[in-house]
Design a protein around this ligand. Structure first.
Ligand SMILES: [Zn+2]
Ligand SMILES: [Zn+2]
Length: 175
């Protein structure tokens, strides 16, 4: 349905080495709107907990674990259980609104409008903890080929690369 539009979004966001300027309330509103549309299209419920979980993940500048999210959603006298947050996160990851960083067991908001079955590459900085999501058609294609040759059915198509981001390299060179 919206395949054409999604491709446009990939192209206009300058996915290679883009700055972290998309963080904050605007992006949160975009993600919530995307989630609402998606839930409506699929006839699913976008519950208050799912919405608040998405908001917390979107507003955070770094990957967040389920227990941290539960902590933030809890108010005095009303604790939100991590197991409920995990269920909300299942929904959000399944529909490509957030991604799980396996090496951190933590969650980040999707920075691209891509669908659940598409692959994403995460560049994870060990120094500052920043996580940059990029998309590569070449990796997508070669991953397809590799999976087909291996006869392997992937549960997710996430590639994680740890190292040092450009900003941190600049800092260590400067001083
Ligand atoms: Zn994504
Ligand atoms: Zn860094």
């Amino acid at each position: 349905m919206e395949a054409g539009k999604r491709m446009d979004e990939h192209e206009t966001c300058g996915h290679h080495g883009h700055a972290h300027d998309a963080h904050g309330p605007a992006r949160t509103a975009d993600l919530v709107a995307r989630a609402e549309r998606l839930a409506q299209d699929l006839g699913l419920q976008f519950t208050a907990l799912r919405r608040r979980t998405l908001e917390v993940v979107a507003e955070e500048g770094r990957p967040l674990g389920a227990y941290d999210i539960a902590e933030r959603l809890s108010v005095p006298g009303k604790r939100v259980a991590a197991v409920s947050v995990y269920r909300a996160l299942d929904f959000l990851t399944e529909h490509g609104l957030v991604h799980r960083i396996a090496s951190r067991n933590a969650f980040v908001p999707c920075e691209h409008g891509h669908g659940a079955g598409e692959s994403a590459v995460f560049l994870i900085c060990r120094s500052c903890g920043s996580v940059d999501e990029t998309i590569s058609d070449e990796i997508e294609r070669s991953l397809d080929r590799t999976l087909a040759e291996a006869g392997f059915k992937p549960a997710s198509r996430i590639v994680e690369i740890e190292g040092e981001c450009g900003a941190c390299q600049g800092r260590s060179e400067a001083g």
